[in-house]
Design a protein around this ligand. Structure first.
Ligand SMILES: NC(=O)c1ccc[n+]([C@@H]2O[C@H](COP(=O)([O-])OP(=O)(O)OC[C@H]3O[C@@H](n4cnc5c(N)ncnc54)[C@H](OP(=O)(O)O)[C@@H]3O)[C@@H](O)[C@H]2O)c1
Length: 338
C-alpha cells in the first residue's frame, strides 16, 4: 500500500521535520508540500539540508489526490484548512492545537477567539498514540497532542487510571527554542535565549494545561491537578519534564516504577529507564522516543518522575507519523527509528 500525503505549512519547523520523515517512509508518496510564504521555491532553498521538494501554493494543492493531509500551521489557520480539506476527501492530522479541546468554550477561553469550525471538535481523536490507538483506524481527523502535554501525559496515564496519585502534580518542564516555532519573536531571539534560562506562563496559565486537564479528566474519576512551570532552555530542541507526583496510600516510587514498566512494556517508543536512571535529552534527540525515569523523593508519599522527548519528533512530526501509521494499518514503527 502507498499512502499519498500532503503537507501544509511546509517551511515551519514541524513541517520541515515531517517532510524529512515522509520522504524516507517506505509506504508514503509525498504528493505535495504547500507553503503560503515560499511557493515556487524548493524546500532546499529555505532550509539547508532539506530534501529538494517543490513548494506549491496551498490553494493549488491537489487535495483530491491524497489520502492524508498534515497541517503544520498555527492554530486558527489550521482549523480553517482542516474544514476545507475534510469536505474534499483526505483524512487530516493536525499538529496545531485547533482540535485538541472538545469544548468550543474552552477553546475560546484558552485561544482567545471563537473556534473556526466548532462542529468538527467532537469528531477529532486526541492522538496521544499509545492511548488513542484503538480509535485511530477509524479517525478522519486526528489532533496531535502538544509537545509539553505529551511529555506530561504519557507517564501520568498509567498512574491516573489506577488512582495512584492524589492532589496536585507539579510539572516542571524545560524546552528547546524550536518549540516556539520558526517565526521570530523577541523572547526567542538569540541574545534573549543564549546563556539565559527563563520560566514563562507558569502556574496554570500555559495553553497546554487545557488539554492536560481534559485528558486526565477522561482517564480518572479523581484526576490530579497539574501545576505547570515551562522554561525556555537555550538549546534548539528537546523537552525534559520533571513531575513531582503525590501518591495515594499504598503507593511508593518502586510501585510507580513497576506500574510504568508494565504499562509500557512492548511499546516501541516509550522506554521506562532502570530504577534510578534519570531521563535526559541525550536519550531522545532526533528520535520518536519518550524516556521515563522514576525516582524516590526522600520522603514518603511522593515520587519524582522524569520524562524526555524531542519536541519536533515525539512532540510533533514523529507522533503525527506514528498516528498516520496506526490510521492506515501499518506498524507504528514504519518510517520511524524505534
Ligand atoms: N515547534 C514545536 O515543537 C511544536 C510541537 C508540537 C506542535 N506544534 C504546533 O505545530 C504547528 C506548527 O508549529 P511550527 O513550530 O512548525 O511553527 P512555525 O515554525 O512557526 O511554522 C508554521 C508555518 O505555518 C505556515 N503558515 C501558514 N499560515 C500562517 C500564518 N497565518 N501565520 C504564520 N504561519 C503560517 C508558515 O509556513 P509556510 O509559509 O510554508 O506555509 C509557517 O512557517 C503550530 O500550531 C504549533 O503550535 C509545534
Amino acid at each position: 500500500m502507498t499512502i499519498r500525503a500532503g503537507v501544509f505549512g511546509a517551511t515551519g519547523y514541524t513541517g520541515l521535520e515531517l517532510i524529512a520523515l515522509l520522504a524516507a517512509h517506505p509506504d508514503v508518496a509525498l504528493r505535495f508540500a504547500a507553503s503560503e510564504s515560499r511557493a515556487g521555491r524548493s524546500l532546499r532553498d529555505v532550509h539547508a539540508g532539506a530534501p529538494d521538494v517543490p513548494l506549491i501554493r496551498p490553494h493549488d494543492a491537489p487535495v483530491g489526490d491524497i489520502d492524508v493531509a498534515f497541517l503544520c500551521l498555527p492554530h486558527a489557520a489550521s482549523a480553517t484548512t482542516a474544514a476545507w480539506l475534510l469536505d474534499r476527501g483526505p483524512r487530516v492530522i493536525d499538529l496545531s492545537a485547533d482540535f485538541r479541546l472538545r469544548d468550543p468554550a474552552a477553546y475560546r477561553q484558552w485561544y482567545g477567539a471563537d473556534h473556526p469550525a466548532p462542529g468538527l471538535l467532537g469528531t477529532a481523536v486526541y492522538g496521544l498514540t499509545e492511548v488513542a490507538r484503538p480509535l485511530l483506524p477509524g479517525a478522519r481527523l486526528v489532533a496531535n497532542p502538544g509537545c509539553y502535554a505529551t511529555s506530561i501525559l504519557l507517564p501520568l496515564h498509567p498512574l491516573a487510571g489506577v488512582g495512584a496519585t492524589r492532589g496536585t502534580v507539579i510539572a516542571d518542564s524545560k524546552s528547546g527554542v524550536s518549540g516556539a516555532g520558526r517565526v521570530p519573536k523577541l523572547h526567542t531571539h538569540f541574545v534573549e535565549v543564549a546563556e539565559n534560562f527563563a520560566p514563562y506562563s507558569i502556574g496554570r496559565t500555559h495553553r497546554h494545561i487545557a488539554e492536560i486537564d481534559q485528558a486526565l479528566a477522561a482517564w480518572s474519576a479523581a484526576p490530579p491537578l497539574v501545576v505547570f512551570s515551562p522554561h525556555l532552555l537555550p538549546v534548539t530542541r528537546g523537552i525534559l519534564t520533571t513531575l513531582y507526583v503525590p501518591l495515594a496510600p499504598d503507593w511508593d516510587h518502586a510501585r510507580v516504577h513497576a506500574r510504568l514498566a508494565q504499562a509500557f512494556a512492548g511499546e516501541p517508543f516509550v522506554r521506562v529507564l532502570p530504577a534510578g536512571e534519570a531521563a535526559t535529552l541525550a536519550h531522545v534527540l532526533r528520535t520518536n522516543r519518550c524516556v521515563v525515569g522514576v525516582h524516590p523523593a526522600g520522603r514518603d508519599g511522593l515520587a519524582i518522575v522524569t520524562s524526555a522527548l524531542d519536541n519536533l519528533v515525539k512532540g510533533a512530526a514523529g507522533q503525527a507519523l506514528q498516528n498516520m501509521n496506526a490510521m492506515f494499518g501499518l506498524p507504528e514503527t514504519r518510517g520511524l527509528t524505534a
